[in-house]
Design a protein around this ligand. Structure first.
Ligand SMILES: [Zn+2]
Length: 152
């Protein structure tokens, strides 16, 4: 599921992603820091007790850390996606659950590469999940624009 979501993100942005293996790192909320350049994006599952931002009906969180190249130029260098263990356990056995959960991962990965929520309910980056399971035209346009930005 994660691999498929990353593949969709790579296809839409043109970015290349490299799987770096599993880790014991569970520091979802403090990515970055002094070694920010060499810190991989962390993708994992947690409960609201561990990551309070997952409380309520939040199925996942995604975000990035950046370095400031100049006052006008920030570059995202790492990030995280944390997914609600209970939501994933509940939906994974339901019809269409895999696609719904993959869409949650794709939405959070959209945040990792720099997309914010938009007010258009026909796209995956809408704040609420309305059943969409793939990137919409607006998502694809935003992801392509992000992919075209000079990273240096
Ligand atoms: Zn979101």
């Amino acid at each position: 599921m994660i691999g498929q979501a990353v593949t969709e993100l790579a296809r839409a942005t043109g970015f290349e992603f490299e799987y770096d293996g599993t880790t014991e790192d569970r520091d979802f909320e403090h990515r970055g820091g002094l070694s920010v350049r060499s810190t991989p994006v962390l993708i994992g599952w947690a409960t609201p007790e561990e990551v309070p931002g997952l409380a309520g009906d939040i199925a996942g969180l995604g975000g990035s850390a950046y370095v400031e190249r100049t006052p006008d130029h920030r570059t995202y260098v790492t990030g995280m996606v944390v997914l609600d263990t209970e939501v994933f356990a509940r939906l994974s056995s339901q019809p269409g659950g895999f696609e719904a959960l993959r869409a949650i991962v794709m939405h959070e990965l959209g945040h990792v590469v720099g997309l914010a929520h938009v007010g258009d309910p026909s796209v995956l980056m809408y704040a609420d999940n309305l059943g969409r399971t793939s990137f919409g035209p607006g998502d694809l346009e935003g992801l392509a624009r992000l992919g075209a930005v000079d990273c240096l």
